[in-house]
Design a protein around this ligand. Structure first.
Ligand SMILES: *[C@@H]1O[C@H](CO)[C@@H](O)[C@H](O)[C@H]1NC(C)=O
Ligand SMILES: *[C@@H]1O[C@H](CO)[C@@H](O)[C@H](O)[C@H]1NC(C)=O
Ligand SMILES: *[C@@H]1O[C@H](CO)[C@@H](O)[C@H](O)[C@H]1NC(C)=O
Ligand SMILES: *[C@@H]1O[C@H](CO)[C@@H](O)[C@H](O)[C@H]1NC(C)=O
Ligand SMILES: *[C@@H]1O[C@H](CO)[C@@H](O)[C@H](O)[C@H]1NC(C)=O
Ligand SMILES: *[C@@H]1O[C@H](CO)[C@@H](O)[C@H](O)[C@H]1NC(C)=O
Ligand SMILES: *[C@@H]1O[C@H](CO)[C@@H](O)[C@H](O)[C@H]1NC(C)=O
Ligand SMILES: *[C@@H]1O[C@H](CO)[C@@H](O)[C@H](O)[C@H]1NC(C)=O
Ligand SMILES: *[C@@H]1O[C@H](CO)[C@@H](O)[C@H](O)[C@H]1NC(C)=O
Ligand SMILES: *[C@@H]1O[C@H](CO)[C@@H](O)[C@H](O)[C@H]1NC(C)=O
Ligand SMILES: *[C@@H]1O[C@H](CO)[C@@H](O)[C@H](O)[C@H]1NC(C)=O
Ligand SMILES: *[C@@H]1O[C@H](CO)[C@@H](O)[C@H](O)[C@H]1NC(C)=O
Length: 602
């Protein structure tokens, strides 16, 4: 008998243990089943846990949700972000009127789930998606969910959204620091304009943007490695951002304290998170890095340049690497000239740039590509347009900000520039006179070889005050292109002008595969040197002057002079040069030996 009773007691004891265990492994909180620090609940499926934690280097207690099944405590949601508990006396309970409340040791409400109508006899359940839901017992409907109030982590099934009718936003907010989950400086949200973009704001200012959504992808994110982010516009005028519900539940987007949103996946082997994609991959991803009318290219050095037809507003600061001042138009547009009472000249035209993250502040209109261009041309304040089959017609008025050059994907951007072709004979005479004066004091040639003589009015009229190089281009161009004027200019420069072939930027671009990194021979004092091959098979070395080099043009001119003199001695053969927009390049015969390298790189 004694033995039996003992066994019975043991049996009861074991039963109790099982009871306790199944109790602590529940996924539900009720007024009969609150949790007290350090108690917790685990979702059915055991993916997530809800409980109390302290961040690193902190003794404050917070109520949060984290992954149950990995070796680190990765908190994905915090209830009392701004109101930490000072000790371990916290209780999560359902109040008499059915609210989910977090109480401290003094029974004061530290945090509660905000609901519009209170429902007695409700219960809270942690779902296996990581969503904590408050359920009305009678109807089993969800009256509140933690997915409505994201912290810094976007889980699968979760949305960032903006209600276009009410302007209500669901956003991610970064932690202040690793030991403080309260609101930090960064927010991720959707801008609810015609063209939907995802933004990261830093203290209210734009910090990163996705570029417009085109129905499939965000055009301002290089698609080489798809982030998987997608935008849905549901019927109730709400734009929602989420990511394709992937197989892997241990995948999320996390906005870190430095303002980069990272897509992370748990690596079971390493036992750590692996960052698969991030919003800030290079300096170019920081909003407006190159200022107004600047364009950022992470593949070039320096990363910032002015759009074609523009020049730095403050050259000194720009060359120093302070790009905040941006760029200004170098030649007024036709419509601006007319407005200022000047000569009309030719219609403005568009310079097309491929694979661009288009600037911010685009206006959208649902017209054809041709109409898109026409609309822009007819409006003097229109500075650019772009047409993407998914997005439609985008146009910009005023400043172009946060444009970026990609090496794949992106959109073609058409920037409005002045058409600078010469118009009248009187102008030609004026130029020849200028050329005569300048030509006699300088001694180098190079040219922008566009469409002939008439092309060079711009260079003279706009650049002559800055440098003689441009005027000499014209002298040379004149001798090449206009047989009638040939003797005149040749005579003036006979002693010094060399008959150097002329290279267009385009030609050099294609010879070096777009100045591809794989063609780079090295980096000299003035800038990089590329190896290239002309269409006729000739191997060349192209020295591209760095735009940060303050003395670049002067040195360039000196080098042209020196090299053209040296050429007689066959030290190194200068094949030509090119000045186009801001580009200045020297083209040499390519000789892969040390002496040439030493020469090229100084
Ligand atoms: C947990 O999930 C299983 C199946 O996934 C289900 O049968 C069970 O009823 C669930 N338990 C609770 C408490 O919801
Ligand atoms: C939890 O981890 C174990 C071993 O790492 C694994 O077998 C189990 O499937 C995981 N459960 C969930 C829900 O991920
Ligand atoms: C939880 O709340 C109920 C009333 O809703 C109350 O009766 C109970 O004592 C509370 N539990 C704790 C541990 O505070
Ligand atoms: C809530 O539950 C109590 C006891 O379980 C019950 O007496 C009461 O009628 C319920 N209230 C509602 C509104 O369902
Ligand atoms: C509400 O529902 C939960 C789960 O269905 C149950 O455990 C709890 O006792 C219910 N609460 C009341 C007050 O009836
Ligand atoms: C997320 O958005 C989708 C589409 O709008 C919607 O069906 C889903 O219910 C939303 N999820 C949450 C948690 O709001
Ligand atoms: C923290 O940020 C969220 C999301 O923007 C906001 O709803 C909440 O009011 C902020 N809290 C404080 C204390 O500023
Ligand atoms: C892109 O993804 C491929 C395979 O998915 C991977 O091999 C490659 O390293 C990724 N590239 C970057 C830049 O993340
Ligand atoms: C957006 O707000 C409107 C107006 O209040 C509302 O009718 C609609 O349901 C809201 N959309 C969502 C998805 O909540
Ligand atoms: C999910 O993962 C499993 C194994 O990793 C794979 O067999 C299955 O095809 C995946 N399903 C989807 C929809 O990707
Ligand atoms: C150029 O710089 C000047 C002074 O530095 C400033 O007043 C002006 O607004 C700038 N222009 C543009 C287009 O940013
Ligand atoms: C950068 O240049 C702008 C003018 O373009 C100037 O106002 C600003 O002070 C400069 N910033 C620094 C850090 O030099």
């Amino acid at each position: 008998m004694g033995l039996v009773r003992k066994n019975n007691l043991l049996f009861v004891f074991i039963l109790c243990c099982i009871c306790l265990e199944s109790d602590s492994a529940t996924d539900t909180i009720t007024s009969f089943q609150p949790i007290s620090d350090p108690g917790y609940i685990i979702s059915n499926g055991s993916s997530f846990r809800l409980g109390f934690f302290s961040p690193v280097d902190s003794t404050s207690r917070y109520l949060g949700i984290w992954y149950n099944n990995i070796s680190v405590t990765n908190v994905v949601w915090v209830a009392n972000r701004d109101k930490p508990l000072q000790d371990s006396s916290g209780v999560l309970n359902i109040s008499a009127d059915g609210l989910l409340v977090l109480l401290n040791g003094q029974k004061e409400v530290i945090w509660s789930a905000e609901v519009t109508t209170s429902v007695p006899n409700s219960s809270a359940q942690l779902l296996d998606t990581g969503n904590l839901v408050l359920i009305k017992n009678t109807t089993k409907t969800i009256i509140w969910q933690s997915f409505q109030l994201p912290c810094d982590t976007l889980l699968p099934m979760m949305n960032i959204s903006t209600n276009l009718t009410t302007g209500n936003k669901v956003q991610l907010t970064s932690w202040k620091s690793l030991s403080d989950p309260s609101n930090g400086s960064f927010l991720v949200g959707i801008q609810p304009l015609d063209l939907r973009q995802v933004f990261i704001w830093k203290d209210g200012s734009s910090y990163w943007r996705s570029g417009p959504w085109n129905g499939q992808v965000f055009t301002g994110i290089q698609t080489t490695n798809n982030s998987g982010l997608s935008l849905v516009n549901d019927k109730e005028r709400t734009a929602s951002l989420s990511f394709s519900d992937v197989n892997n539940s241990l995948l999320h987007f996390h906005l870190n304290t430095q303002g980069s949103m990272e897509q992370r996946s748990w690596d079971h082997v390493k036992g750590d998170w692996e960052v698969m994609w991030a919003t800030l991959q290079s300096d170019c991803d920081v909003y407006g890095k190159c200022g107004a009318f600047g364009i950022c290219n992470s593949q070039s050095s320096p990363i910032c340049s002015c759009l074609i037809g523009f020049e730095p507003n403050n050259t000194e600061e720009w060359n120093r690497g302070n790009w905040t001042g941006g760029c200004v138009r170098s030649t007024p547009l036709q419509c601006e000239r007319v407005a200022a009472g000047g000569e009309a000249g030719k219609m403005d035209w568009f310079q097309t740039m491929n694979m661009i993250k288009v600037p911010d502040f685009a206006d959208f209109s649902s017209v054809s590509e041709a109409d898109c261009k026409q609309q822009c041309l007819q409006n003097c304040s229109c500075t650019a347009y772009a047409f993407d089959s998914g997005t439609g017609c985008m146009s910009w008025t005023g400043r172009l900000i946060d444009a970026q050059k990609f090496s794949s994907s992106g959109v073609d951007l058409n920037v409005r520039v002045a058409n600078t072709k010469l118009e009248t004979k009187q102008d030609v005479k004026k130029i020849v006179t200028i050329t005569v004066i300048v030509g006699t004091v300088s001694s180098a040639i190079c040219t922008y070889c566009g469409g002939g003589w008439l092309n060079f009015k711009v260079n003279i009229l706009t650049k002559i005050r800055k440098n003689f190089c441009y005027t000499l281009e014209i002298t040379h161009e004149c001798s090449v292109n206009q047989q009638g004027k040939r003797k005149e200019s040749d005579n003036l420069n006979q002693a010094e002008v060399q008959e150097l072939p002329l290279f267009t930027f385009e030609k050099l671009e294609s010879a070096t595969n777009n100045f591809h990194l794989s063609h780079k021979l090295g980096q000299g004092g003035f800038g990089p040197v590329y190896r290239g091959k002309l269409s006729d098979g000739q191997e060349i070395a192209v020295k591209r002057l760095s735009r940060t080099s303050a003395q670049g043009l002067e040195e360039f001119m000196n080098e042209v002079v020196v090299i053209s003199k040296l050429q007689h001695r066959n030290l190194v053969r200068l094949l030509g040069c090119c000045v186009e927009g801001e580009e200045r390049m020297l083209i040499y015969e390519y000789m892969p030996n040390k002496s040439l390298d030493a020469f090229l790189f100084g």
